[in-house]
Design a protein around this ligand. Structure first.
Ligand SMILES: Nc1ncnc2c1ncn2[C@@H]1O[C@H](COP(=O)(O)OP(=O)(O)O)[C@@H](O)[C@H]1O
Ligand code: SF4
Ligand SMILES: [Mg+2]
Length: 324
């Protein structure tokens, strides 16, 4: 699978997000959670970049930074070379710049206002961005519903009248209503019944081809990502461990953490057993020095305890590990 163009288009440069930890009646800052600890990557037009890693490693925070919902504490997100989000950027991004990156969340019920009809939910973004006029907005809403496989009658209904899978289709239609270039899909099928997960994934793949969309597809394991991504990035405790073409990353991961993540995915048709990674990731409030994975790494070297590894190119993958 090759994206339409391999030229970097969205670039994430040394992005860091630290959340203050406040304690006591005066809410004094007692430390920071290093949710994202300096990440650089790029996404090409029309590309699906998978982002994998255990719960709490910073995937959602990174996705929220891309969608402009969280400000990075350092670094920058650029679109076509222009800074979109950065602590240095004084003026806020324009409406049009914000429109170009949308996000779909894990829980469709929580992200749809229960008091609005589907018609209102699908047209409110268009109204805010002054796209189209009243009547043509309604026509656009009907077209969006058809694109996600829902009937026109949905326009006058409320979110509670739909199943989980249908609600997620509505969230996807709402994201598309602004004609974005990139959609951040944060665990969009993890809350759905297994029977409808594949339908939603296939729908996203069809929409990508039809509209030339790019996706940042976030998931905690590789079972979904391996089939839909061009490349996969593996994150551990706020940092990247490995980035590579999806097929070869799953077939031959280089980083010990990526290897553990691959081993945790059952392979249909083979005898390979699911092997869970032992231990819990350390707290992001107190990340270990050196390589963040060293307390759990079966191949750790003495240097891993003190020096964070720089990235190296290994067989077409970018790998952050002292073994290479
Ligand atoms: N608004 C917040 N305030 C404080 N800590 C946060 C906030 N959002 C996320 N975190 C912390 O940042 C880390 C990364 O969280 P998150 O990005 O949600 O990870 P993931 O999506 O990979 O599960 C976690 O330790 C989480 O507790
Ligand atoms: S840098 Fe060291 S601790 Fe980290 S993954 Fe590589 S071998 Fe393991
Ligand atoms: Mg998350």
């Amino acid at each position: 699978m090759n994206p339409e163009s391999a030229a970097p288009w969205i670039t994430v440069e040394d992005v860091e997000v630290r959340f203050p930890i406040r304690r006591g009646v005066l809410a004094r800052v007692k430390g920071h959670v290093h949710a994202v600890g300096g990440i650089s990557l790029e996404i090409a037009r029309g590309e699906t970049l998978g982002l994998a890693g255990e719960s709490g490693c910073g995937k959602t925070t990174l996705g929220r930074v891309l969608a402009g919902l969280e400000r990075p504490t350092a670094g920058a997100v650029k679109l076509d070379g222009e800074i979109l989000f950065s602590p240095q950027r004084k003026k806020p991004p324009t409406k049009d710049q914000r429109r170009r990156i949308q996000m779909v969340f894990q829980d469709p019920m929580a992200s749809l206002n229960p008091r609005l009809t589907i018609g209102d939910l699908l047209t409110e973004g268009m109204a805010e961005h002054r796209m189209l006029k009243g009547e043509s907005r309604d026509a656009a809403a009907v077209r969006l519903l058809a694109e996600v496989g829902l009937d026109e009658s949905a326009l006058w209904k409320y979110p509670f009248e739909f199943s989980g899978g249908q609600r997620q289709r509505i969230c996807i239609a709402r994201a598309l209503s602004l004609r974005p270039d990139l959609v951040v899909c944060d665990e969009v099928v993890s809350a759905l019944d297994v029977s409808v997960q594949a339908q939603v994934i296939n729908l996203l793949a069809d929409l990508r081809r039809k509209h030339g969309l790019a996706y940042l597809m976030i998931a905690h394991d590789l079972s979904v990502l391996r089939h839909v991504s061009h490349r996969i990035a593996v994150m551990y405790l706020g940092r990247l461990a490995e980035v590579g073409p999806a097929e070869s990353l799953v077939a031959a991961p280089k980083h010990p953490y990526a290897q553990a993540l691959v081993a945790a995915v059952p392979v249909p048709g083979t005898k390979r057993k699911r092997k869970a990674l032992p231990g819990e990731p350390p707290s992001a409030a107190n990340p270990p020095p050196g390589c963040p994975f060293h307390p759990r790494c079966p191949q750790a070297l003495p240097i891993c305890r003190t020096q964070a590894p720089a990235s190296r190119e290994v067989d077409g993958h970018r790998v952050w590990c002292h073994l290479y």
